[in-house]
Design a protein around this ligand. Sequence first.
Ligand code: SF4
Ligand code: SF4
Length: 135
Amino acid sequence: MDIKLKAGDIRNDLVKRVEELSGQNVFSCYQCGKCSAGCPSVPFMELLPNQVMRLLQFGQVERILQSNTHWVCASCFVCSTRCPKGIDIAAIMEALRQIELRKNQDRINIWSIDAKKREELPAIAIVSAYRKLTA
Ligand code: SF4
Ligand code: SF4
């Protein structure tokens, strides 16, 4: 990972927000990698769960938010049950999603999907996308 730090990056406001929303101390992580080793979504993630933790420790929240990791996370809690430091990484992923969702930005426009494909989509997929990706 190429990390460039500026003064005030460590435990900046966004890191404090993640800690507040998740109730976790991101500085407890000692990079054992057990969270990533057990995560079933890793093949689809741009950053691994332990890399998310490391970036949080360096105050690089925006960099995490630019990745797909917190959206790909399936909230299965494997990481949280495996962490030897008792960190609830799933709660941290949820906090990252909440920070994005609270920006009130819609991330899908259902009408941009081809009409035929829209008819074929399972209703639950549309409802789920609206719940997860719209403000
Ligand atoms: S909760 Fe998310 S990050 Fe943790 S193991 Fe499951 S998919 Fe991976
Ligand atoms: S399992 Fe826990 S201590 Fe290990 S890398 Fe993941 S968050 Fe850090």
